[in-house]
Design a binder for this molecule. Sequence first.
Ligand code: SF4
Length: 729
Amino acid sequence: MTSTVHRTCPLCEAVCGLTLTLDEGGHVTSVRGDKDDPFSKGFICPKGASLGRLDEDPDRLRRPLVREGELWREVGWDEAFAAVRAGLDQVGDRSSVAVYLGNPTAHTMAGSLYAGPLIRALGTRNVFSASTADQMPKHVSSGLMFGSPMAVPVPDLDRTDYLLMLGANPLESNGSLCTAPDFPGRLKALRRRGGRLVVVDPRRTRTAALADEHVFIRPGTDAYLLFGMVHTLFAEDLVTLGREVNGLDEVREAAKHFPPEAVARRTGVPAAVIERLARELAAARTAAVYARIGTCTAEFGTLAQWLVDVLNALTGNLDRPGGAMFAKPATESGGRRRPYATGRWRSRVRGLPEANGELPVATLADEIETPGEGRIRFLLTVAGNPVLSAPHGARLDAAFERLDFMVSVDPYLNETTRHANVILPPPRVLQSGHYDFALLGFAVRNYARYSPPLLPMDERPSESQILARLAMIASGVDGTEGDLDAFVIDETLRKATGTPGSGVEGRDVAELRAALDGRDGGERRLDLMLRLGPYGEWSGKGDLSLRKLLDHPHGLDLGPLEPRLDEVLRTASGLVELAPPQLLEDVERLRAKLEEEAPEMVLIGRRHLRSNNSWLHNVGPLVGGSNACTLQINPADVARLGLAGEAVVRSAKGQLTVPLEPTDTIMPGVVSLPHGWGHAGSAQRVAAAHAGVSVNDLTDESAVDAPSGNAVFNGVPVTISPTGVITAH
Ligand code: SF4
């Protein structure tokens, strides 16, 4: 007997609905796009189609491992947790404890609901995550402009007339900080309805090839290009603000230093093109500027993110249909107006600022290696592989050996978890419930979908239970996951019932608690958030609850994006802060580097449709063929440097020998290596057979975007030489 079931794909930010066929043993026999999902409408990509292979990967760990010297021993759960408790006690001082959260924690209910309480229980400020190797500049820019780091405007893809996209390649990545299943189809629809798509990128990516226009730009110079456009808007009197803002004059003054003719040399984009792009943006009936990872992971990442929204605001496109808009997620909770701040504390060794409660992963090795009070001696990683994904991963690889104790919550023995003393593997994906708390806050259409667990639990605890038990150990409390959930639920209800004007003002906490649905604490907390949320039956504005989502297994369409900036704004002034002082300060740094000579060769990353960072390389159908770890290089550079077959790439941090992939889709002077590879000797057998090399053996942890502390992966100076030739860097 087979069964047909539905769930959200948990593998990337596109949140596609999937239809799975399971045999009677619970094995996945087919995966298709869910045609009845109102958001994804049947779309699926090769990663989603391989979900069954990933879920049943024979290399996934099924029982906890404890390391004894070079050997691993499978142990029971109680013994594993006892070892963690002993390790934590041995280190003692919580200022020597650190946490690293990998990218998949943003895709799991466990990460969304239990990572926060776990960090609080550990009582440490040494919190690191993949965010500072990815999108932290956007959070900092949004925090400073709108008062909330999660207030990230997304392009209203389905209605816009003009989309300017920088450093993003959604045909390969399916979108990021912009939740849009079938992003490719939505871009094609934009063009079919007469809209215009312009892509700015150092490579002619698949997305760029689809566009009306592709503009090559030197890596890391997006902020200059965007400032050149801002300059043009002011110079040609094209500014059409749709609403009152703070800081317009300051932005005008700052832009005076970046006329198109001055930034053209630095960016490689002709002044006439910069001016034309600004005029097109201003003239379009509706338009949006959207920039992603290529612009975030650069020396001026936060300035670039800021200028994206400055352009959206100056052209009247911020918060209007067809422009850059804010989603209204079903689990959104209100927040206080208070100034957003970064740098509330700083890293011990390099003095880098905290952002969103995190320190930059670029300084994790410093904090482990450098002696003194507060040196990190205990590390907990959750679903992360920073040895491959953080800058200068080789240094981290060595630093992890110096830890007194390390715990990893991870399904794999990989390049990072091999350093752990204890590995705690979560159960299969299909044994876990799924709700996208974070990603639906960046959706291009309001939508909600809950996927309950499809398979019963076995002897393994759920990932939520693992994190909750760790939180209990860290807090020294004898309790269960249920106690933690009950505490969070009661706290939330007490706050809601005590808030004047809330839909439950003055109601009885016990009565509301008793009304919650859910088979476990995670579901009950989801029900609570849905009921209190903007469509919820306890908000006075709707009837949404967990029960309603369970009655709609394909998901619920909650309508197109609507203007809601006033609801979203959390600035003290109640206005958009167009010129935050911290960013104007960084503009001085940008100005100082305007005339700087660009390195002869620079390195950038790239995405592939069948990859997702480091974590899908052990799935046979997703590796090999076009998904290979090659160095893309322009044929003119191949000829100029006398290269053939393979080449040696050298940076200030290391060197790699890499197979060449000559292609005129990359601009001269730029080479590209994908990240997440470098699996030689891995216990993941498929990955080891397609090992590749780690681009992060070349990247430089000393380079960060100043306001956010984000790592710099794009624009890394390198030299390229034929194999067998020794050159000085
Ligand atoms: S695009 Fe993302 S969410 Fe959709 S099927 Fe592919 S991996 Fe899954």
